[in-house]
Write a protein that binds this ligand. Structure first.
Ligand SMILES: NC(=O)c1ccc[n+]([C@@H]2O[C@H](COP(=O)([O-])OP(=O)(O)OC[C@H]3O[C@@H](n4cnc5c(N)ncnc54)[C@H](O)[C@@H]3O)[C@@H](O)[C@H]2O)c1
Ligand SMILES: O=C(O)C(=O)C[C@@H](O)[C@H](O)[C@H](O)COP(=O)(O)O
Ligand SMILES: [Zn+2]
Length: 368
């Protein structure tokens, strides 16, 4: 078991516990945080597989729990589901000393975290991430949000969890496509700031993309270390945290354009494609080498993830550009992109020239 602290002057420090068999220990770890009552927000798929182990563990530690389950999938990051969850918390009579537990992937974590941020102006919440993506990324750092038809994560709050329990064993039930989707965010962490980690992911560590638990555990630990360091320094994305958005300006626009249909394109797949696009754009600007681009594409493809826009569908350049202009990193109407001088050397690039980005999108296969 590994404990990674997340701390920054701006928020109360908490721990991310990574290891095996943690669901069975959840009750004793959560009991000191909860006066006696918790509500587990989960999705219907995860509820059927993992909720019983959690409720048993809570009950053994003397912690009462109720379950609120939303439909599985990105469509649950909506105003309608947020309202339904908040109404259930009110109906249950949760008070300010009680705790919300998010048991699920990034969808549940983002939705339950936002509900916890809003309920009675904020109650504590614990993240128990059950997808690889949620363990390496979404459960850490306090970004919570829902989507709107105008774009991803446009309504949300920063609300840090009190505790994160990343149990590697729960990943055994995760479909292979979801493991690969989470792997994209792992690769992203290497691409941002750790070339040695990326080398390991490309070689020996690549077994993680196929679900090997030992490789997954190491990938989760290093990813959380990287994310914890960035978030501790810049909780609200005033600067350096934007690096964690590598691949997301392109990726979120494409996800929005496919109507948040994760069967067509899962979030991690969009990030994989977006990272390849960010590297190609960087090479086009003379910032990184063609060799770096080829390596990134090869490692992404070897993990069974998309590298090119046409693998996600047919898109209009102007429509993608308009969606990118609505990205939260845009300033004064100008796009911000996360670009790279090489593998492990990402940087924030503000004030991008929209005409250049449009020309690039057309080169990438978007229609004029
Ligand atoms: N807040 C952040 O910092 C942050 C970071 C990255 C991604 N995100 C968000 O996370 C979301 C994607 O999260 P995700 O990829 O985890 O998707 P998800 O939450 O939709 O989970 C994917 C699928 O796996 C199922 N599932 C979850 N755990 C399982 C398990 N152990 N066994 C079997 N099935 C399981 C779910 O029911 C779902 O059908 C996106 O909305 C993205 O925007 C947020
Ligand atoms: O934690 C962050 O910061 C990230 O950017 C992590 C991303 O992987 C994640 O998808 C996040 O939800 C994107 O945030 P957004 O601010 O671009 O909506
Ligand atoms: Zn992401």
């Amino acid at each position: 078991m590994t404990i990674i602290p997340v701390s920054g002057g701006a928020f109360a420090a908490y721990e991310v516990v990574v290891g095996r068999g943690l669901l069975a220990q959840a009750g004793e770890r959560i009991a000191p945080l909860a006066r006696g009552r918790t509500v587990i927000v989960t999705d219907e798929t995860v509820a059927a597989i993992h909720a019983a182990a959690l409720t048993a563990s809570l009950s053994a530690a003397g912690v009462k729990s109720e379950i609120v389950a939303v439909p599985a999938g990105e469509a649950s990051k909506s105003f309608a589901e947020l309202e339904r969850v908040l109404d259930r918390l009110l109906e249950i009579g949760l008070d300010r000393k009680d705790v919300v537990i998010a048991l699920g992937g990034g969808v549940v974590g983002d939705l339950a975290g936002l509900a916890a941020a809003l309920y009675m102006r904020g109650v504590d919440f614990v993240q128990i991430p059950t997808t690889l993506l949620a363990q390496v990324d979404s459960s850490v750092g306090g970004k919570t949000a829902i989507d709107t038809p105008r774009g991803k994560n446009l309504v949300g709050a920063f609300h840090q969890p009190r505790l994160v329990l990343a149990d590697i064993d729960v990943l055994a039930t995760l479909p292979a496509r979801q493991v690969k989707s989470g792997w994209a965010e792992v690769l992203k962490h290497g691409l941002i700031c750790d070339a040695g980690f990326f080398d390991w992911l490309a070689g020996e560590g690549s077994a993680g993309a196929e679900g090997d638990p030992a490789a997954l555990e190491r990938a989760v630990i290093r990813s959380v270390e990287i994310k914890s360091a960035v978030v501790g320094e810049d909780e609200k994305e005033a600067g350096r945290r934007a690096l964690l958005n590598l691949g997301h300006t392109f990726g979120h626009a494409v996800e929005t354009e496919v109507g948040f249909d994760e069967d067509a394109l899962a979030h991690g797949e969009a990030v994989a494609l977006g990272c390849c696009m960010a590297f190609r754009y960087s090479a086009r600007e003379g910032l990184c080498s063609a060799e770096d681009v080829a390596r990134v594409e090869a490692v992404v493809a070897a993990a069974g993830l998309p590298t090119r826009l046409d693998q996600a569908g047919v898109f209009g350049a102007d429509r993608l550009l308009a969606l990118m202009a609505g990205d939260k990193k845009a300033e004064g109407g100008a796009l911000t992109l996360i670009l790279a001088r090489g593998i492990g050397q990402a940087f924030v690039s503000k004030g991008m020239d929209a005409d250049k980005v449009r020309a690039f999108l057309i080169e990438e296969g978007a229609t004029a």
